[in-house]
Design a binder for this molecule. Structure first.
Ligand SMILES: Cc1ncc(COP(=O)(O)O)c(C=O)c1O
Ligand SMILES: N[C@@H](CCOP(=O)(O)O)C(=O)O
Length: 480
């Protein structure tokens, strides 16, 4: 399978190339040149497969440059019950006898859905880098969950260093403790004076400096990396199969959304032929995506207007993966996508209402909604009371918005994107008790912390990366 860029570059290479590349050289995102289709018989053949075998079946058509046996073995190493604390990896639980289901994605090492793809990235990076004799210095941005998932996945990986940017003071107490209590020689935590979007812009700015990127072997673990999106598509198939529906009967998914990676993975599964009906984009107060799906205008929110909310991992005003969606809506027109994104970069809106592009948006069956702090608390309280199930604030956003879009006879699968333990303060405010946590995280808030506070300045960041990598190699950094 060949990959192309959303901004028009026609050949980015194969899967392993885009895996290490992260962002395309033209600033766009990698996409497969076509999306393989699964017909009804192909879907039936997936029934009964274990999670790693299902992951193989779904991902293999996109990963044609890794020998079949190696890929299968790698997926079996990744999706293990001792890592995801469940034989099923992503159990699906019905809430009482309602139409609502929770897809548990957060039983992995860092207690958030990011582990599902990030553990795979840890394995595949190591595999590809060893074969190429290369190293990779990952530069990532997190609003709270990508960071710890990436760092746990890359722990002890000899060929990988991680530089993780987070918005200073804007993550939950648990999220900060989880990341900053790691004291590993290959992990560098940087708290940027800004919001998540500033961190993501820094990542893109460093990647745009081609000589720096090449010299310091910069890679990505955010959902700008195609491998993340691909690995996330697998659990949509898993949920559909677990429902055991009659052939062709649709399922709706509700997805707490920020950077648009998770719900885009659902759209990928749908585009591959999975009988997905509505894809519900659940926003918090930072409702840029809800604005788009309800008005037809995508207008990114400048950093100073991104609110600090009680679902902090979704405090995002500029959704990277939205570029992939618009590229498909534009029927893979890279020039059009580039024009839109250059405008977005200048703070201009993308206004599609009334155009042929809007017809394509409508046909894609996305729905959306927004919730507030009070909605979140009420939903956590109500789901706990009615179903005896404690959910985290992000999942609560998804459940509430999902409930608003229920259709007769169609199951609504709500993605559980984190465990309540990560957001103890908000959950306690809702139900009056502190959520339980796995033993390995007891008292993590008291552990010593290692992190660097940094201004939102790309030159300072580049100098820091160069100095740290130079020090690892025993050199004096040339950019200092
Ligand atoms: C707990 C949680 N829920 C939801 C989201 C939003 O997902 P996405 O950014 O893929 O839209 C995130 C961050 O990505 C998250 O950490
Ligand atoms: N919400 C994320 C931020 C970005 O998401 P990603 O899926 O693009 O890595 C976080 O919690 O860090």
């Amino acid at each position: 399978m060949k990959y192309v860029s959303t901004r028009g570059t026609p050949d980015l290479g194969q899967f392993s190339d885009v895996l290490l590349m992260g962002l395309a050289p033209d600033g766009g995102l990698a996409m497969p040149e076509s999306i393989p289709a699964f017909g009804p018989a192909d879907l039936e053949a997936l029934r009964g497969l274990s999670y790693p075998d299902l992951a193989f079946a779904v991902m293999r058509p996109f990963i044609t440059d890794v020998p079949e046996d190696d890929l299968r073995a790698l997926l079996h190493r990744t999706y293990r019950s001792d890592v995801f604390h469940s034989a099923d990896m992503t159990p699906l639980t019905r809430l009482g006898d309602s139409q609502l289901y929770l897809l548990e994605l957060s039983n992995g090492p860092s207690l958030a859905f990011k582990d599902m793809a990030m553990q795979f990235l840890g394995e595949i990076f190591e595999y590809v880098l060893e074969r190429r004799g290369e190293v990779l210095n990952i530069l990532g941005a997190t609003s709270g969950d990508t960071g710890s998932a990436a760092e746990y996945a890359m722990l002890g990986k000899a060929r990988v260093n991680v530089f993780m940017l987070s918005p200073h003071g804007r993550m939950s107490t648990f999220q900060q403790a989880q990341m900053f209590s790691l004291h590993e020689p290959n992990i560098f935590n940087i708290a940027v004076e800004g919001v998540f979007d500033d961190c993501q812009d820094l990542v893109k700015a460093v990647n745009a400096d081609a000589p720096f990127k090449a010299r310091y072997e910069i890679g990505a673990v955010n959902s700008i990396n195609w491998a993340r999106v691909l690995a996330q598509a697998v659990y949509y198939f898993k949920a559909y199969l677990a429902l055991n529906l009659a052939p062709g009967q649709p399922v709706d998914f509700s997805v707490p959304s920020g950077n648009f990676g998770n719900v885009f993975a659902g759209y990928l599964a749908k585009s591959m032929g999975l009988p997905v009906g509505q894809l519900i984009v659940a926003s918090n107060e930072n409702d840029v995506l809800h604005d788009f799906f309800s008005s037809g205008t995508y207008h990114v929110r400048p950093a100073e207007r991104v609110a600090m909310t009680s679902s902090p991992s979704m405090d995002i005003g500029k959704a990277s993966n939205f570029e992939r969606y618009l590229y498909l809506i534009a029927d893979r027109d890279g020039a059009q996508t580039r024009t839109w994104w250059e405008g977005v970069g200048r703070g201009e809106p993308v206004a599609l209402h009334g155009s042929a592009h809007w017809d394509a948006v409508t046909a894609s069956e996305f729905r959306s909604g927004r919730s507030t702090h009070a909605d979140r608390l009420n939903t956590i309280r109500r789901i706990d009371r009615e179903y005896g199930r404690l959910i985290d604030p992000h999942t609560a956003d998804g459940v509430l918005v999902g409930e608003r879009h229920l259709r007769p006879g169609v199951p609504m699968v709500c993605l559980e994107t984190a465990l309540p333990a990560k957001f103890g303060e908000t959950v306690q405010e809702a139900v009056g008790r502190i959520p339980g946590r796995p033993e390995r995280f007891l008292n993590i808030e008291d552990a010593p912390r290692t992190f660097e506070v940094m201004p939102n300045d790309v030159q300072v960041l580049k100098a820091y990366i160069a100095a740290k990598l130079g020090a690892l190699k025993g050199e004096v950094s040339p950019t200092r």
